[in-house]
Design a protein around this ligand. Structure first.
Ligand SMILES: NC(=O)c1ccc[n+]([C@@H]2O[C@H](COP(=O)([O-])OP(=O)(O)OC[C@H]3O[C@@H](n4cnc5c(N)ncnc54)[C@H](O)[C@@H]3O)[C@@H](O)[C@H]2O)c1
Length: 251
């Protein structure tokens, strides 16, 4: 699938992986619509070819409008789900049991939000004209290696990301008849603002645990993988770990 002359939608585009992806897709010739919470858009980088749209992935109307806006300029071909939150809490912590509303919030943003964007983007992509090979578009989701090796305090986050991994194959199967591929990236530890609260010392210890390369991943490496998935017609229904062979320990 070629990017030139298409429209792409990226959620969580004001920061980290989403920002790098929006920039990469725009550099590839796409017209990119970068969605994020209105409160976060002030901090979004100014990038040629990227239009920012305030949208909360937990709000269906926001996403419906953003999809329509993206499709207005050029055929929507790509949707990338990067919006996410990663709070940590133990099931039985010092302050009491896990906040059940927090659990529901994490699942609502990371899992239900991803599914909402996938469904509404797929509906729009399915209405476009297929190319000569029957291709219409690609959806890329973001899970985490926590889907497989959730650490202490990650029950909510790992549940939400496990759901994203789980939806990948059935979504690809459902959408195959429309020429839409669905893949998921499960990153290890990427140097993004999500790690801002982590001390330099802890960051170094995280990097030391990565077999090779012995460092944290860069957002640009994630964005490059998105571009590869978009261009590679035979990648479908798969979750790809991008983690330098890291396997997380319990803590
Ligand atoms: N950074 C890592 O090490 C890492 C590892 C594995 C997975 N991930 C996943 O990658 C994705 C991107 O993370 P990041 O590291 O770039 O984090 P980030 O905090 O830099 O960016 C996430 C963006 O999502 C936005 N967002 C949050 N809730 C939203 C909502 N309801 N609607 C719209 N936008 C919303 C935030 O405002 C923010 O701009 C997340 O899903 C995260 O779980 C990150």
């Amino acid at each position: 699938m070629r990017l030139h002359g298409t429209s792409c939608l990226v959620t969580g585009a004001a920061s980290g992986l989403g920002a790098a992806t929006a920039e990469r897709l725009a550099a590839g010739g796409a017209r990119v619509f970068g969605l994020d919470l209105a409160s976060r858009l002030g901090a979004a980088p100014v990038v040629d070819g990227v239009t920012y749209v305030p949208a909360d992935v937990t709000d269906r109307e926001d996403i419906r409008l953003a999809v329509a806006r993206a499709a207005d300029t050029a055929p929507l071909r790509v949707a990338v789900n990067c919006a996410g939150i990663g709070p940590s809490a133990r099931i039985l912590g010092r302050g009491g049991p896990h906040d059940l509303d927090l659990y529901a919030d994490v699942v609502r943003v990371n899992l239900v939000g991803t599914f909402t964007v996938l469904v509404l983007a797929a509906e729009c992509i399915a209405r476009t004209q297929a190319d000569e090979d029957g291709r219409r578009g690609v959806i890329v989701n973001t899970a985490s290696i926590a889907a497989y090796e959730g650490q202490i305090g990650q029950a909510a986050y790992a549940s939400s990301k496990g759901g994203v991994v789980g939806m990948t194959l059935p979504a690809a199967r459902d959408l195959a008849q429309y020429g839409i591929r669905v893949n998921t990236i499960a990153p290890g530890i990427v140097e993004t603002p999500m790690l801002d609260s982590v001390s330099e010392e802890f960051r170094a210890s995280l990097a030391a645990g990565v077999p090779f390369p012995r460092r944290l991943a860069r957002p640009e490496e994630y964005a490059e993988l998105v571009a590869m998935i978009v261009s590679h017609d035979y990648l479908n229904g798969e979750t790809i770990r991008m983690d330098g062979a890291l396997r997380m320990a319990p803590r």
